[in-house]
Design a protein around this ligand. Structure first.
Ligand SMILES: O=C(O)CCC(=O)C(=O)O
Length: 289
């Protein structure tokens, strides 16, 4: 993996742009070849567990718990360096999961803010979204509304729409200035970073190739789970002097039974958080944010 760290100029640029706009991109993390290697590892694992829907869903929702290659990715020095500029050097990964849009799929993500339903008490959180395939306008890259993170959490409505990739099909209930939105175009191996209050969305994939990105949710250890159980998290940088979350070790191998057991526990706890107050018949197996 590429271990060239940020120059002081880039570090200042990330911190300044993020504070002003609520996001920063594009940021080179790994090479296209390395991104293709991670995608190949994911796709091999998908093929291995394809017959078991629950395992396939866990693989897509918890790759850093099940595949050593993704456990390394969430600790990648370029990612840690950039995220440290935003929320400091002590970092946990609260969750890490894929957003996959299959070829010509109608799947989309409605305008939303991440921290709306996560049950966390603060905003010391940043998402690094790393492209494993190119993210383009045609295949449904994310869109960000610059400066919208300053609005704090705004009201959302739940649509439970079939093709919406979000847990509850949640959607911002106030006007979104879509005309000012920027397209988050990335090459494979690049990342974007966004604030938990950023207004963001993405459209369907109109191409004949998969669009695959991995969303890594970094939090400062001072953050607390105030609704639901505290998830099992990964400690990826610096110290954790708070102990607010239970820390799990990285996987000792590929697709191990003990790691599926942990992923199962995390799935149950995360459902309790993301689907709080939702009728059981509306709970879907594969939604993730
Ligand atoms: O991958 C996408 O299109 C949406 C991702 C997203 O909403 C997120 O990472 O918070």
């Amino acid at each position: 993996m590429n271990d060239v760290l940020c120059s002081p100029v880039i570090a200042t640029t990330i911190a300044t742009a993020y504070a002003e706009d609520g996001y920063f991109f594009p940021y080179d993390v790994i090479s296209e070849t390395e991104a293709a290697g991670l995608l190949a590892d994911l796709e091999a694992a998908e093929a291995e567990v394809a017959a078991d829907r629950a395992r396939l869903s866990m693989l897509r929702s918890y790759p850093a718990q099940l595949l050593p290659s993704f456990a390394r990715l969430i600790r990648q020095p370029r990612l840690i360096e950039a995220v440290s500029q935003i929320i400091g050097p002590d970092l946990l990964v609260w969750s890490c999961g894929f957003f996959i849009k299959e070829p010509s799929a109608k799947s989309y993500v409605s305008w939303h803010q991440d921290l709306n339903y996560w049950g966390l008490d603060g905003e010391q959180e940043v998402t690094a979204w790393l492209a494993l395939t190119p993210a383009t306008v045609e295949n449904g890259c994310m869109r960000f509304v610059p400066g919208s993170h300053e609005k704090k959490v705004v009201p959302h409505v739940d649509s439970f729409a079939q093709d919406n990739l979000l847990t509850r099909g949640q959607e911002i209930a106030i006007e979104v200035d879509e005309a000012s939105a920027v397209n988050v175009v990335l090459r494979a191996g690049q990342a974007s970073f966004h604030h938990g209050h950023m207004f963001h969305a993405s459209g369907p994939n109109g191409t004949s190739l998969r669009r695959v990105g991995v969303a890594i949710r970094y939090v400062a250890p001072s953050m607390k789970q105030v609704s639901g159980d505290k998830l099992l998290v990964s400690h990826v940088s610096g110290k954790d002097e708070y102990g607010h979350f239970d820390v799990m070790p990285p996987p000792a191998g590929r697709l191990l039974e003990e790691d599926f057991d942990r992923a199962r526990r995390n799935t149950e706890m995360k459902r309790g958080i993301l689907y709080k107050d939702v009728k059981p018949e509306l709970v879907k197996e594969t939604r993730r944010a």
